[in-house]
Write a protein that binds this ligand. Structure first.
Ligand code: FES
Length: 107
């Protein structure tokens, strides 16, 4: 029983590693860099979701898309990002954010 249990635990870790490898091979992950580390997250996650998932939320979020407390500076890869929505653009213009700023909850 103990060996079966250990094998099952090992299989879970093995499957997880395999999933990560497949995601990297198929480029299903996006790298997000923070000042002290870089994390790979699945495509479709917002920067805010990624930050929360890896324990580095930018701020306490109260009004997604409006409060602007989640703004981040994009220092690399901006050309690969979708343009800000009209809603995001209005919020960034309202606070006078620079051209390299985006809202983590919308990006
Ligand atoms: S969480 Fe408020 S604008 Fe993103």
């Amino acid at each position: 029983m103990l060996l079966a249990w250990l094998a099952l635990i090992g299989a879970v870790f093995g499957a997880r590693a395999l999933r990560g490898w497949v995601q990297r091979q198929r480029r299903l992950l996006v790298a997000i860099g923070y000042p002290r580390r870089t994390v790979d997250v699945p495509r479709g996650w917002s920067v805010l979701e990624a930050s929360r998932g890896f324990g580095t939320p930018p701020v306490d979020v109260r009004r997604p898309g409006r409060c602007s407390t989640c703004r981040v500076r994009v220092v690399e890869g901006a050309a690969d990002l979708p343009p800000p929505s009209a809603h995001e653009r209005r919020t960034l213009e309202r606070i006078g954010a620079g051209m390299d700023a985006r809202l983590a909850c919308q990006l």
